[in-house]
Design a protein around this ligand. Sequence first.
Ligand code: BG6
Length: 514
Amino acid sequence: MADAQSPALAEVVLGRPKNPDPDAACRFDQVEAPVTIVIFGVTGDLAGRMLMPALASLFAGGHLPDNFAIVGASRTDLTDESFRERMRTSIAEHDGISPDLWDKMAARLTYRQVHYDDPASFRVLSDYLDELGQSAGLGGNRIYYLAVPPTAYEDIAINLAMAGLADEVRGYARLVIEKPFGRDLQTARILEQALHTRFAEHQIFRIDHYLAKETVQNILMLRFANAMFEPLWNRRYVDYVSIMAAESIGVEHRASYYDHFGVLRDMFQNHMMQLLSLCAIEPPSLFEAELVRDEKTKVFRALRPFTQRDLAENLILGQYASGMAGGVRAPAYLDEEGVPSESLTPTFAAMKVYVDNWRWQGVPFYMVSGKRLAAKRTEIAVQFKPVPFSMFRELFGDHIKANRLTLRIQPDEQVSLTFQAKAPGPMCLRSVTMNFNYYQGYEGPALTAYAKVLLDCMLGDQTLFWRQDGVELCWKFLEPMLGDPAPERLYLYKAGSWGPQEAGRFLKVHGLTP
Ligand code: BG6
């Protein structure tokens, strides 16, 4: 496939800027080993909306190895041709790809009908993969991406293993799954046992697409590639940390899933916990998957368990009522199609948690996430303590506003630092903000989160993936909060607002009011 590559592979894999900054330190990884990517559930929403466009962008950017194949697999009866046509439409609806490049990519796409609970189907698939591997010189490296409902994970894992497809004799065999990893601690363990009897931990890639967001990856760089933040990054100087993931959309067409999960399982057990861990971890001795994940595990272990009192005082759950969102009338959660009229599923949660260790003792971490809020905004605020003593007290009084570091994860990705400065002219102290726009001065390609995880999976780098111990510790922490709230403890908020009144103190830290 060398003809499809434009710049040298090494230059594009992690995106070399067009005008390389001579001071920039870059690591340019290369995917060279041939691979066959089998996508189960390829006719579904995730594959069409995210995976195929991500693969197309990797292909267009020259990121894929010279020799690769994509095999679509699902229950639907399709020919190779009709499969290619579907994928062409999906890609065209998203990022698009030139007709010329599409023809080259389409030649790598084939389709096989597979019944997930039928071992015979997997034996046929295995024969096909062997045949394809030999005729196209693909070798034995395989990625199995399970873009299917989690209820199908176990069947697919068992049947892959029974057909010999989990063996790593002639190359790697990697299983990619996405949350939810269970619905609570018990079901997460059941899933884990089912997968682990067939695949070893190093073969399982548990995606959290937040970890692959550029600005989330940047958190560790900001903290540990600079000398000036880390000395202050602790209980002596930090007053609190606040993490917010606000969404303006409602449940969309996913009510049957969402109503069973709610915001705590959908956003907190995974994305929010990862953001928290990145803010709180100790510096690993090396930026390497196991060492980074070891440190995250220590944070999850140090989460102070919620008591009955915390449930009453430090957890606010809400559900959206009707309102105006984005200038149009939005229905209440209970009126969304597929939501039971009595549902007590929370679509909003705010909580105050503590990390009980030497660095963070006594520093609250506020966490807020919800659907149908006034805007889409994911943001981390590190609020520093005020100066210990004001020598300016006779001029401005005792109170001087404290510093704040804000990491805007999305949209308008930026890092801003608010500090005090003298205003020009009269003796006035004012708060000013220095902004670093994340994309400023960069003209190279950006990788979408799904492109990044697919790439890392081919590279065998698990840094941005969940490890099972972390999954279980987070379920354990959330467990006391997972039952249906009492109706009077589920606060309604207007669609298009910033959440229930009761969450005011959590939102205030982001300068928002309910
Ligand atoms: C998903 C959740 O994991 O993340 C969705 O299931 C949520 O409910 C989505 O909308 C948010 O992701 P992003 O990238 O849009 O912030």
